[in-house]
Design a binder for this molecule. Structure first.
Ligand code: 2RA
Length: 340
C-alpha cells in the first residue's frame, strides 16, 4: 500500500520538479492530485508517463489524503495549507512561511532526519531555503568532526531561484543584447541580470543585510546548531539553474584538508570533485538535474588557526527545493507513517 499525495503549485518550476522526482525515485504512491491556482487551472503536467490535469487549490478537499507537497508562495500557503494540516494530510512546505516557527521542524534529511518526528505538533514540516540546504549538507559532517565556530559564505545564485519569470528575464535580456527590439527592461530583478551580477536577493533588512542572507544565518542555526555563527553575502548571477557558494569555515579543532576531503567523500548527499588541475571542479551547468551537492576546491585557510575553504554547487530546484521535499516525505514514510 502506498500514499495518497497532493502536489500544490504543480505548474511552477519547483512543482514540476517535485513530480519528476517522485516518479524517478518511485515514491510509493496510490493516488496523486496536482493543484494550481485558478490562473493555471486545467494546465496539464507530466508525472512519469502520465499526464495529469491540475485541480483548483481553493476548493480542493484534503480529507483522506496523506501528504501534501507545497511549492507556492507564502501567501497562498498561509491561506490554504492549514486546511491540509487540519485534515491530517501532512504539509511539507517549500515557502518560508513556517521555517522559523519553533513548533515546526525544518529538515534536511542528510543533516537532521530525526527532526521529522516533530511534525505532529502542527502536521507541518518546513523545507529550508535553497542556499541553506546545500550549505548545511556540506557543513554537518565537518561540524561533527571539528565543531564549526563561524562560516563566511558568498553565494552565486541562479535566476531559477526567482521562478520561471527570472529565467525568462535572463533569456530576454540576453537576446536583447543582440536584438535591442526584444523586451529587456528589468522586472523580476532590480538591475539588468544578463552579463551582470546583482548583490541583492529578497528584501533589505534593518541592519543592511538582505532577507536571503538572514535566512542562511537563521536556518543554519535551526538545522545544525544555534552556536554556529554565519555571515552571508547573497548574489544573483546570470546562470539559469544551479547555485554556487564559496564557503569559508572556522573550526574549534584543527581539521586537515585531506581529512576534510575524506569526510566529505563518505558523507550522505555529497559528491567530491576536487582535482587541482584545469576543470577539476564542478560548475553549475554540470550539476543540473543531479541529486548531489558537489564539493570542490577544498583547501586550508592559513590566515586563521583552524580554517578551511571550499566550493559548493547544487541544483537549486532539486536539492534546494523539490528533492529535499521528496526526501522529507521519504523520511516521514520510513520513520513515522510506514506505508509503502
Ligand atoms: C532564490 N532563495 O534563489 C531563493 C529561492 N528560494 O531566489
Amino acid at each position: 500500500m502506498g500514499y495518497k499525495v497532493v502536489v500544490v503549485g504543480a505548474t511552477g518550476n519547483v512543482g514540476r520538479e517535485m513530480l519528476n522526482i517522485l516518479s524517478e525515485r518511485q515514491f510509493p504512491i496510490d493516488e496523486i492530485a496536482v493543484l494550481a491556482s485558478r490562473r493555471s487551472l486545467g494546465t496539464e503536467v507530466s508525472f512519469g508517463d502520465k499526464t495529469l490535469k491540475t485541480q483548483d487549490l481553493a476548493t480542493f478537499d484534503f480529507t483522506g489524503w496523506d501528504i501534501s507537497l507545497w511549492a507556492v508562495g507564502s501567501e497562498a500557503t498561509k491561506e490554504h495549507a492549514p486546511r491540509s494540516a487540519k485534515a491530517n494530510c501532512i504539509v511539507i512546505d517549500n515557502s518560508s512561511l513556517y521555517r522559523y516557527d519553533p513548533d515546526i521542524p525544518l529538515v534536511v534529511p542528510e543533516v537532521n532526519p530525526e527532526a521529522v518526528d516533530g511534525y505532529a505538533k502542527k502536521n507541518i514540516i518546513a523545507n529550508p531555503n535553497c542556499s541553506t540546504a546545500q550549505m548545511v549538507v556540506a557543513l554537518k559532517p565537518l561540524h561533527d568532526r571539528a565543531r564549526i565556530k563561524r562560516v563566511v559564505v558568498s553565494t552565486y545564485q541562479s535566476v531559477s531561484g526567482a521562478g520561471k519569470g527570472g529565467m525568462d528575464e535572463l533569456w530576454d535580456q540576453t537576446k536583447a543584447v543582440y536584438n535591442p527590439t526584444s523586451n529587456s527592461a528589468p522586472a523580476q530583478f532590480t538591475k539588468q541580470i544578463a552579463f551582470n551580477v546583482i548583490p541583492h536577493i529578497d528584501v533589505f533588512m534593518d541592519d543592511g543585510s538582505t532577507k536571503e542572507e538572514w535566512k542562511m544565518v537563521a536556518e543554519t542555526k535551526k538545522i545544525i546548531e544555534s552556536s554556529i555563527k554565519v555571515t552571508a553575502t547573497c548574489v544573483r548571477v546570470p546562470v539559469f539553474v544551479g547555485h554556487s557558494e564559496a564557503i569559508n569555515i572556522e573550526f574549534e579543532d584543527f581539521l586537515d584538508e585531506d581529512e576534510a576531503r575524506e569526510i566529505l567523500r563518505t558523507a550522505p548527499g555529497i559528491l567530491v570533485v576536487d582535482k587541482r588541475e584545469d576543470g577539476g571542479y564542478v560548475t553549475p551547468v554540470e550539476c543540473v538535474g543531479d541529486y548531489a551537492t558537489f564539493i570542490s576546491r577544498i583547501r586550508q585557510d592559513s590566515t586563521i588557526e583552524n580554517g578551511l575553504n571550499l566550493w559548493c554547487v547544487s541544483d537549486n530546484l532539486r536539492k534546494g527545493a523539490a528533492l529535499n521535499a521528496v526526501q522529507i516525505a521519504e523520511t516521514l514514510g520510513n520513520r513515522v507513517l510506514k506505508k509503502g
